[in-house]
Design a binder for this molecule. Structure first.
Ligand code: PLP
Length: 371
């Protein structure tokens, strides 16, 4: 008999929340007008866009005019990293960034240096002080890592950047809707977010751009988003993104506590069977994100065996058919190869239950005992 599916890969994507689904429905079938048109049928979508912008701004301590809607985290990151305002200057990015930062910086040929991290994946303020120079125009360090959950000391890093006259960008895709965020407390100039990581729809996100900074548009065409991001607005998804974020922010304390309980429950179950494992990442991490390594095992093999049991998780390694490649993040934290190859990522979300955490741990125990 097929097992009930247990989805524990919420760092990859999340289920759309009921609130978000209900919020988006009217803008797909009844209020489907183009928000840029001057007639009365455009009024409802136009008002909804303005309201969504206000809601999102409020959730991160920004002004509505500092929020630009995009197609997601990848576009928001590319918009900053490939911006012509940084043409010919140098950019510092951390060695544990998402590929949408690393590849964008490489392609723009602006990458100066990868900021190294410590064994927990943290970019220390001293590391940035040693790397930054008068030629640096932009520093980009993620708020939270997607593979190991580590939260970076963004406020301290952004202060150093400001003291050196540099702009600071943070990829907050894994953090928005999961931990408290205030752009002023963080002191950042740009912040990227993606709706599908916080129970909103896929293919929509936003970029926060601090008022007073001139960023050139990445996508040219119509005058949408104050001439900064062309293309007919994805009203239904934007409205749903705002609803999903508002709901998560409203219940943040409760969700954070709940996700920590699921983590504890998972590890208690493993400990009960004296399973040896190594948890990766810093203590200060995204609730629910567990990167764990098993010595001498293949993360790929674990993933496939869990899949057969109806459990969806992820590995810490990108694989090809012949060999398991260790991810750049696990390399950057200097995880020994025997552990790196046996790494999996379990990322719980608000729809997971304690039974899920116990079932995943039990399935793992079975796999480990029958290897
Ligand atoms: N940045 C980080 C840290 C991510 O985890 C992801 C998605 O996995 C992205 C950027 C890309 O976001 P999107 O899927 O919205 O393009």
């Amino acid at each position: 008999m097929m097992n009930k599916m247990i989805y524990a890969d919420n760092a990859a994507t999340t289920r759309l929340s009921d609130v978000a689904l209900q919020a988006m429905l009217p803008y797909m079938q009844s209020e489907y007008g183009n928000a840029s048109q001057p007639y009365s049928f455009a009024r409802a979508p136009k008002t909804a866009l303005a309201k969504a912008r206000e809601t999102i701004a409020k959730c991160i301590g920004a002004l509505p005019e500092e929020i630009y809607f995009t197609s997601g985290g990848t576009e928001s990151n590319n918009w900053v990293l490939r911006n012509s305002i940084f043409c010919g200057s140098e950019v510092l990015v951390s060695s544990v960034e998402h590929d949408s930062i690393l590849n964008a910086a490489k392609e723009a040929e602006i990458l100066d240096y990868y900021l190294p991290v410590d064994g927990d994946g943290i970019v220390s303020p001293e590391t940035l002080i040693n790397a930054i120079s008068d030629r640096t125009a932009l520093v980009s360090v993620m708020l939270a890592n997607n593979e190991i959950g580590t939260i970076e000391p963004i406020a301290e890093l952004a202060t150093i950047a400001r003291e050196h006259g540099c702009l600071f960008h943070t990829d907050a895709v894994q953090a928005v809707g999961h931990i408290e965020i205030d752009v002023h407390d963080l002191g950042v100039d740009f912040l990227s977010a993606s709706a599908h990581k916080f129970n909103g729809p896929k293919g929509v996100g936003f970029l926060y751009v601090r008022k007073g900074i001139t960023l050139h548009p990445l996508i040219l065409g119509g005058a949408q988003e104050s001439n900064m991001r062309a293309g007919t607005e994805n009203v239904a998804s934007i409205v749903a993104m705002a609803a999903a974020l508002e709901e998560n922010v409203l219940h943040l304390q409760e969700y954070k506590k709940y996700l920590r309980q699921l983590e504890e429950c998972f590890f208690a179950q493993l400990a009960g069977e004296s399973i040896k494992c190594h948890r990766n990442g810093a203590l200060s991490s995204i609730p629910g994100n567990i990167s764990v390594s098993f010595d001498g095992l293949s993360g790929e093999a674990i993933l496939h065996r869990l899949d057969l049991k109806g459990i969806m998780i992820s590995t810490g390694s990108a694989c090809d058919s012949k060999d398991t490649q260790v991810s750049h993040v696990l390399k950057a934290i200097n995880l020994p190869e025997n552990l790196a190859k046996g790494t999996i990522r379990i990322s719980f979300g608000k729809y997971n239950t304690q039974d899920d955490a116990i079932a995943i741990a039990n399935a793992l125990i079975q796999i480990l005992k029958t290897r």
